[in-house]
Design a protein around this ligand. Structure first.
Ligand SMILES: *Cc1c(COP(=O)(O)O)cnc(C)c1O
Length: 423
């Protein structure tokens, strides 16, 4: 393969022309072998290009899931194809026993484009949040002299599937059956400053003390709920007064999805620690935890990840970051987001019995169904699939729209038509 052919995603990546059929039957080719941890929709995807994917039956879909807010540049983007190919041919993994220049370059880019001063790299959102939890606990013990630290998190939050992160997640359905959970967490209702102040007062007068507050700037999984500006600004004030840490989980809303590079920018605050993953590698697994210099307190040996920060993932993530900047994708995110919300609001007006509201930032938007409507988000997702549009639920009553950040005006229009047909 010459480097020229490598730059052509449709010829280099794809052997099957659109509309071709590959034999695949879940009953014989999948279910006997793979744990049934997911409720899957009955389609098998095998190829993608831009904002489109094709299934094994040759059907084309507009992809407004993007690997769950992950495929920042869509599928088979020429920059990713080039970087992945170059890096696998050069060096893909060596461990953190040695310096990895690509890791330094990615950290430099992220720090120059955020409020963070130092970065740690891992492989997923849950792992990034685990790092943030460990860092906050160490900060509590060594800087704040708190013996029994508590991290406040919000109801309806989502922070991952490891034991510590399902505990941090304020949704009992993710914790059920997995006790004993990890101690040191306490839950408050989101966007409710009175409840938060009360929780801090109560905890601090007992034998545990609040060391950190961990929140999403916009709750993704829990129903696409944007954070309230005044709420977050007051939290920042409280954290400054008490010297405790504000941690933002930017795993879903970060990396440009909100129309700003980081979700916290929508709220006019800066966290002490924030985490990133989903969109960071454009679909290649990578996670990151960034912190301000005052909490850069891990010593060698205190935290690690074998795969974390490998040359492959870091080079790809850097190419995604540079493409967001070079192609001015944040402007596209803002404009396409406005277009999508305006179009969805017009659909709400036609179905006032079924749909309650549309909300979101940039290209993370939710359409909430009326509580008294018999429709569920899964019903709408299934109807949309039948119209050739992929969507993902965010809870039982909210349908989430998280297309690639490169989505075009024509693709937004096509998606809106499919949503209208689905209803
Ligand atoms: C998806 C998500 C996570 C977990 O990320 P994984 O890569 O699945 O571990 C954590 N926090 C938020 C806000 C998420 O949306």
């Amino acid at each position: 393969m010459s480097p020229d052919t490598l730059l052509q995603p449709s010829s280099a990546v794809t052997e099957l022309p659109p509309g071709s059929v590959t034999p695949f039957d879940p009953a014989t080719d999948f279910d006997p072998y793979v744990m049934a941890t997911y409720g899957r929709y009955p389609i098998a995807l095998e190829r993608g290009e831009g904002c489109r994917v094709w299934d094994t039956a040759g059907r084309e879909y507009l992809d407004f899931v993007a690997g769950i807010a992950t495929c920042t540049l869509g599928h088979a983007h020429p920059v990713m194809v080039e970087t992945v190919t170059r890096q696998i041919q050069t060096l893909h993994h060596v461990s953190n026993l040695y310096y990895v220049p690509a890791q330094g370059a990615l950290a430099k880019w992220l720090i120059e484009h955020s409020c963070g001063d130092r970065a740690f790299f891992c492989n997923s959102g849950a792992e990034a949040n685990e790092g943030a939890i460990k860092l906050a606990r160490k900060y509590a013990h060594t800087v704040l002299n708190i013996e029994n630290p508590v991290i406040l998190t919000a109801h309806a939050s989502f922070h991952g599937r490891t034991l510590a992160t399902i505990t941090a997640t304020g949704q009992p359905k993710y914790q059920k059956g997995f006790s004993p959970l990890v101690p040191g967490f306490y839950y408050v209702p989101y966007n409710d400053i009175k409840a938060l102040e009360q929780a801090i007062e109560e905890l601090d007068s007992g034998d545990r003390q609040v060391a950190a507050i961990l929140l999403e700037a916009l709750q993704g999984e829990g129903g696409v709920r944007p954070g309230d500006r005044a709420y977050f600004q007051r939290i920042r004030q409280i954290c400054d007064e008490k010297g405790i840490l504000l941690i933002c989980d930017e795993v879903q809303v970060g990396m440009g999805r909100s129309g700003h590079l980081w979700g916290y920018e929508n709220l006019g605050i800066e966290p002490d620690i924030f985490t990133s993953a989903k969109g960071l590698g454009g679909g290649i697994p990578i996670g990151a935890m960034l912190c301000k210099s005052h909490c850069d307190i891990f010593q060698p040996g205190e935290h690690a990840s074998t795969f974390g920060g490998n040359p492959f993932a870091c080079a790809v993530a850097l190419s995604v970051c540079q493409t967001i900047e070079r192609d001015q994708l944040l402007t596209n995110v803002q404009e396409r987001g406005e277009q999508l919300r305006a179009g969805l609001r017009a659909i709400v007006e036609k179905h006032p019995d079924a749909i309650a509201e549309v909300r979101g930032w940039g290209l993370i938007n939710g359409l909430e169904l009326k509580a008294d409507s018999p429709l569920t988000s899964a019903d709408v997702v299934k109807a949309a699939i039948a119209q050739g549009l992929l969507l993902v639920p965010a809870g039982p009553k909210v349908v989430r729209f998280v297309p690639p950040l490169i989505v075009s005006a024509a693709e937004i229009e096509q998606a809106l038509k499919a949503v209208e047909m689905a209803f």
